[in-house]
Design a protein around this ligand. Structure first.
Ligand SMILES: *Cc1c(COP(=O)(O)O)cnc(C)c1O
Length: 755
């Protein structure tokens, strides 16, 4: 019996070859085991259970035709082949479309059904698949996916690699790296599921399930790979479903279903790998020798029994002698730049993936596209286009901010309608426009006209509000800097003041007593528990909580009492924000009970991404008000403080193309007269971009593509957009309009590089 085993990498993200060899040796001590590798850097070639090593050139240099012939020869001669390399298994699918009796890998039709991320083969198994999207979507939609999943997302490569990306710049950076490494834009983003990881590993021959075992990870490496685990029988219900899946797929070879069990016991399928896992010998130790069972299924030879079994296994690091005929290669040159991927796949798997891609694409261009098909993907609201069409661009000195008047007015009106609709006889729902987000007087006046309150973080902002029509009783004063330019504080009572710290509270109390500050409501801003913040009074230990309670008792009885909290849902995600909202309500219940003050005003702050605030806001608000009524029966007013939810869509930045430099087959560098000085939020969220055809005047949104928009500043990081699809007919002098620039892009833009 001669068995070929490939995939012998033994680093911290190991391949299963060595584990398979150990298990085969245990079952068939007399068998000849040949280790197959594509790099002499894979330390597994030195493992003692291999009787022989068949070392190939690395994948990117390998003569694939010759290798295919050689593999066919050993299979025809009776050798069995167990592959531990996903890409080799895919390649075998091409070489042996009808399979080979001695090739123990799944057929191409089955591989298609277990491809990431939609493992369609899971039907019938008691598992669900976490939500995911392809990164071929527009950046706008990808950012929305991340917010909706609380930024607990994984960016995954087509075969290997999964990185968690916690914010937009991390996402952009990793997408660029993975896309270049795997030469594809087809990555995907998947929602994280919190829980414990477990696997079901099985083996089958021609659609017949030969054996299965379940393993729970009990210790992990830094990369979340198994370091120790416990091994048990697969529950009957699961096995039944699995048997059917295996039959339907006509599976041959090993496989692993990687899953997470959430706190409710639900299993989520992350991946189905078409091979044995690297921990496979852990199963053998526990009495389930699946490689042995696989060979028995093919050959009919009885494996040797396992005498001593235990339910748990762990890993150790071992030193083994290097084979005399394979001396160690020299270490890579120190400046080879081989961080990350190339070190992880010493056998040139990345290069091989690229060769497979090229074959798949069939000479179909360079896979970089110009984004033509996707141009319409990023949806720009019709009112943007209408407003932009109204601009006389001949008079516009670019770069320049455009005020989208109709868009802005509609946003404020909608917000006002919504709050009116949500209000009830006993609870009034009100908006307060956050001045700092963009103090442009056109926006401040829209807020005033729509019946908003004004939310200010300094007396200077109070002053601007008063200048634009607001009355003192329509002002909410917030933030840590409310005593800066105190000479602008109004003489009559404002609506509410919120204290940002205990020190601030003492100062507010003093000012209220002397009459320097007059306010109908005085309250506190709570620091969010569990989510780090520099603002507000902390509440999450008994000591600080009792300090808070004592301080609240200092607030004059003449003022009503209110509570404010603020955490940007655009950063922490929508789900997490609502979770926080409920938890704050519970804290507020305790504050009422312990301080003896009832909460009449609840102010929930701002920080919403425009789309999140507007989407389903009716139903969300209704539910929120119900909750407030349940936990805080004395609340008479709920205030939200939208800033960017209203301001961000209200302005756009116009710029012109200065120069286009095409690198055929690679990138297109486009220099524009705008820069990150006008788009400081570039690093935090994507902007929808429009291009005007200079002949027809038609506007088009830019899809994904291979263009980089480089700012006019002579600064390395002045790149205002990456991977966008510029229309073929774009020319220097053409207009580009960056939408979604009306909030902090506008207010935080700085004068730079203008001479
Ligand atoms: C900045 C701020 C807001 C508005 O935040 P956005 O992110 O612009 O929506 C609301 N309330 C307070 C207290 C703020 O400081």
């Amino acid at each position: 019996m001669k068995i070929y085993v490939s995939g012998l990498y033994c680093g911290t993200n190991p391949q299963p070859g060595v584990g398979i060899a150990r298990s085969v040796r245990q079952a068939y001590p007399e068998a000849t085991i040949v280790g197959v590798e594509y790099s002499n850097r894979c330390s597994g070639i030195h493992w003692q259970d291999f009787d022989d090593i068949w070392l190939q050139r690395p994948w990117e240099e390998l003569n694939l035709d010759a290798h295919a012939k050689a593999v066919r020869k050993v299979l025809d001669a009776g050798g069995l082949w167990i592959s531990g390399i996903d890409l080799e298994i895919m390649w075998f699918g091409d070489i042996f479309p009808e399979g080979h009796p001695n090739l123990l890998t799944p057929p191409p039709s089955a591989l298609k059904q277990v491809a990431k991320p939609e493992v369609s083969a899971h039907k019938g198994l008691p598992v669900r698949i976490p939500v995911y999207v392809s990164t071929e979507l527009s950046d706008w939609d990808l950012h929305a996916f991340c917010r909706q999943n609380d930024w607990k997302v994984w960016l995954k490569g087509p075969y290997y690699d999964a990185v968690s990306t916690r914010n937009w710049s991390e996402f952009q950076d990793m997408r660029h790296r993975l896309s270049s490494a795997w030469s594809t834009q087809k990555l995907f983003l998947q929602s994280h599921v919190t829980g414990y990881e477990e696997s079901v590993c099985f083996c089958a021959y021609r659609g017949e399930l030969l054996g299965a075992v379940q393993m729970r990870k009990r210790d992990l490496t830094e990369m979340s790979k198994t370091w120790a685990g416990d091994v048990t029988e697969v529950p009957e219900e699961y096995t039944e479903a699995l048997r059917k899946v295996v039959k339907d797929l006509n599976w041959t070879g090993g496989a692993e279903l990687e899953m997470v069990r959430d706190p409710n016991g639900q299993l989520w399928l992350l991946e189905m790998n078409p091979r044995f896992p690297a921990w496979i010998h852990g199963g053998t130790i526990a009495g389930y020798n699946l490689p042995g069972k696989l060979i028995e299924g093919v050959t009919g030879f009885k494996p040797q029994e396992i005498l001593e079994v235990t339910e748990e296994f762990t890993r150790v690091v071992l030193e083994v002698p290097v084979r005399g005929d394979f001396p160690l290669p020299p270490l890579l040159e120190p400046f080879a730049g081989g961080i990350g991927h190339s070190l992880k796949h010493p056998s040139g798997l990345l290069g091989f993936a690229n060769r497979l891609h090229a074959a798949e694409a069939n000479g179909n261009g360079n896979g970089n596209g110009n984004g033509n098909a996707e141009e319409e993907l990023a949806n720009v609201p019709a009112s943007f286009i209408e407003d932009i069409k109204g601009v006389k661009f001949d008079d516009v000195q670019t770069p320049s901010f455009l005020f989208l008047e109709k868009t802005a007015a509609a946003l404020f009106e909608r917000a006002a309608r919504l709050s009116k609709k949500s209000s009830t006889d006993d609870i009034q729902v009100t908006n307060a426009y956050s001045m700092k987000t963009n103090p442009d007087e056109r926006l401040v006046r829209l807020a005033y006209d729509a019946g908003f309150l004004s939310e200010a973080i300094s007396p200077l902002e109070v002053h601007t509000a008063l200048q634009n029509g607001f009355k003192p009783e329509q002002i909410i004063l917030n933030g840590p800097g409310k005593w800066w330019h105190r000479e602008y504080l109004p003489k009559t009572a404002i609506h509410a003041v919120f204290c940002d710290s205990v020190a601030d509270l003492k100062r507010v109390v003093a000012a209220l007593e002397t009459g320097e500050l007059k306010s109908k409501i005085a309250g506190v801003r709570l620091r969010t528990p569990n989510i780090p913040s520099r603002f507000g009074i902390p509440i999450d230990t008994p000591e600080v909580f009792s300090t808070l309670i004592e301080s609240i008792k200092l607030l004059p009885r003449a003022c009503s009492f209110g509570v404010h909290f603020h955490m940007a849902s655009s950063n922490v995600g929508v789900g997490q924000w609502w979770h926080l909202f409920e938890s704050i309500l519970k804290w507020c219940g305790s504050i009422e009970a312990l301080s003896g003050r009832t909460i009449e005003l609840l102010d929930v702050g701002g920080g919403w991404f425009p789309d999140d605030w507007h989407e389903d806001s009716d139903t969300h608000f209704e539910k929120a008000i119900e909750k407030v009524r349940e936990y805080l029966p004395h609340v008479r007013q709920i205030v939200s403080e939208p800033g960017k939810a209203l301001a961000q869509p209200s302005m756009a930045l116009a710029m012109r193309i200065l120069e286009i430099q095409d690198f055929p087959g690679a990138a297109t560098d486009v220099v524009v007269d705008g820069s990150i000085a006008e788009l400081p939020m570039y690093f935090f969220y994507p902007h929808r971009i429009l291009h005007q055809n200079s002949e027809t005047g038609a506007w088009k949104t830019l899809g994904r593509g291979r263009a980089y928009l480089l700012g006019r500043l002579c600064m390395e990081h002045d790149v205002v957009a990456s991977n966008v699809g510029l229309p073929e007919d774009a020319k220097p002098g053409d207009l580009l309009v960056f939408c979604d620039a009306g909030a902090y892009d506008r207010s935080m833009s700085y004068v730079f590089g203008r001479g």
